[in-house]
Design a protein around this ligand. Sequence first.
Ligand code: ATP
Ligand code: ATP
Ligand code: MG
Ligand code: MG
Ligand code: MG
Ligand code: MG
Length: 326
Amino acid sequence: MSGSKYEYVKKYELPDPLMLGTYMVFRLDGHSFHRYVSDMIDWDLHDTTVCFRFSDEHEFIKPNDLRALELMDRAAKALMEEYPDIVLAFGESDEYSFLLRKSTSLYNRRQAKIVSTLTSLFTSNYVFHWPKYFPEKPLQYPPSFDGRIVLYPTVKEVKDYFAWRQADTHINNLYNTTFWALVQQGGQTTTEAHATLRETVSKDKNEILFSRFGINYNEIIPRYRKGSVFVRTEIEDNVVVNSDNQNQPAKEHTEEKVEVDSDNQGEPKEHIEDEQKSARELVLKKRLERKEKKKKTKNPPTKLELLHCDVIKDEFWAKYPQILEE
Ligand code: ATP
Ligand code: ATP
Ligand code: MG
Ligand code: MG
Ligand code: MG
Ligand code: MG
């Protein structure tokens, strides 16, 4: 197909490959999910500049709305089902991080293609599944997420990346849990609660929670304290998988050249219909066998596990060595 005289504009598109032999971490984050104005402004003032944002508009329960977190997990699972090269994911609040295996050739490692497609698929799943998690609260407006990819050269940075996110989860959750206890149970205004917590360290917050509100921080559900961790593990042969689309789809997203199937070229020339039929069936059967074999070696069947475990200690990486394999 020859192009038009306008086609030269295509040449202005620049390649944006992500370096080979590096780990890709894709992170997305909800756009303006928290209150727009600073929490320092007292709600009671009814300041006209107060501008509500997603979590307020949709009445997220503070400090942790379980429905919202489960919806994030649902969208993350959809991404991992669609992209077998995502081997690990970590979620907290309105963000999720995904690790792609080192040797991935997803979309020929084109940055914009990967970031835009993954961000868009996550967002559409978030919207698609919204009514199941918020049956009483229809979406007030279409939410959006930002997305980015950061490349890491070695396993050290990859481990430290996930440790960084989980440490962040802990710091935020301890702060938010104490803050909202002071407001909801302690009767403080948000300004007062901020003031109470100013210059406190973790130990002080644990103490406030325990002595004033009888809350033992370590007994708060792990999902809130540790975030969500999806790991992809291989299914052993002959193990029957129990439904709930745990199996990854066979779909390939690489832009490899499609191999021409030679069996497909000629039709049997016999006149007898039966013979034609059985020959065709044999061809189809062989093709299917080849496909299955290819699938097995390239993409062995896997399942996704949702955990709320520690990813900072080395035990996690020792338990799932396949995550950091090529
Ligand atoms: P940006 O657009 O820059 O990401 P943002 O307003 O989304 O800004 P974040 O730093 O991403 O700010 O913070 C997200 C905020 O959304 C949290 O601080 C919290 O207030 C709210 N939020 C997200 N998920 C939940 C949840 N499950 N339960 C309660 N609040 C939540
Ligand atoms: P890629 O994922 O690389 O974009 P693609 O399969 O989406 O691949 P495009 O080059 O974007 O390929 O082509 C989009 C195709 O979608 C069109 O060629 C056409 O077949 C189909 N399509 C899109 N919009 C319409 C429409 N409104 N009516 C009918 N067909 C459409
Ligand atoms: Mg942010
Ligand atoms: Mg956000
Ligand atoms: Mg965030
Ligand atoms: Mg297209």
